[in-house]
Design a protein around this ligand. Sequence first.
Ligand code: PMT
Length: 400
Amino acid sequence: MKLENRKILLGITGGIAAYKSAELVRQLQKSGAEVRVVMTQSAQEFVQPLTYQALSGHPVYTDIFDGEVDSAMDHIELARWCDLMVVAPASADFLAKLNAGYADNLLLTLCLANKHPLAVAPAMNQQMYANAATRENITRLKSRAVLVWGPAHGEQACGDIGPGRMLEAQQIAHRVERLFEPGKLDGLSLLLTAGPTREAIDPVRYISNHSSGKMGYALADAAIAAGADVTLVSGPVALDSPPGLELVRVESAEEMYQAVMPRAPKADLFIACAAVSDYRVEQSQPHKIKKSSESITLTLTPNQDILAAVSALENRPFCVGFAAETQDLENNARAKLERKKLDLIAANQVGDVSGGFNADQNQLEVFWSDGQQSLSMASKADIAIQLIDLIASRYTDARS
Ligand code: PMT
């Protein structure tokens, strides 16, 4: 019973996915949790509170002024009572109000009064999810440590296909269970690189690549959730800093090297997810190069390999590399594993494929000296959780 003695406050907002939360109540209870339910006015247009009263075995809370439902539990008491709040489904309207700090219904008031973890499972039409306002709300909620679970991609009640479906009850229940598991990286320090580097040609031009930092930032999130103390050395990206870590911003490969090397001997684990430029311009110009009709030649000189340098340290952390390959994935990745003397390498196919650089999804083939595991195509958040799990178990094996 993974959730024995855990108290979960489940918020339900208006949406066709509201019916799925009945199964969620059942799954959470099956794992041993006590569940109490709060419904907004519009959620009640989709499912009767009586359904949730019967399933949870407790009165359903709907109104901030309804002291008669359960006089012992006013809204502050309810927020204090729970170990975790989960809002599923979380509509676009609810997310917008939560972001803005509204408290004009019981559920929003509870969210403001709650000091425990809060998770939301968005569910809405794919166009509403893609809207810049919704994306901004979600990004800002994440930066305030609200856990955003989903949405899934698929067919929607309105007939559209795209991201916006609420995760299945079992997937949400599984994430709740994980939240209460002792962290697999508890007490360990992790140094992580992410994003691209920029190699200056002159003060206004540079050589770089298509890395967005999404994979590395998802790994940082997953490692924090697993209990690690994370330092993220990041090249220039358009992502917000995940909460709860030390962020070191750099531009060039040389700056990344300088940021990583003094920190590496103190780290238990090192993951090199950054797409570091292999070369820099030998002589970057102090002033903007003037246009002319002549061709120009840039001489490129190799950068230091940060991952290989960390792996060669006497007091080295457990080293995980990435391999971005356009061909012969396994042979190239295994060659890097050996050459750089790594503990593990996560290889992704890049180029004209659906994962890899700047995509929201990825798939990985992970190799180590005597084994391998495939992580099939999923969101970078899901892939990161699976990879951190795998790294944690390989790390434990290596140390035992
Ligand atoms: O950032 P996203 O848009 O989410 O995309 C994710 C990703 C495709 C960038 C990521 O999944 C990935 O593959 N990162 C590694 C990219 C890369 O540079 O691969 P590589 O095969 O060229 O390098 C091998 C390893 O050596 C990598 O761990 C790299 O970080 C490291 N390296 C390389 C060169 C160098 N000078 N120093 C290094 O540490």
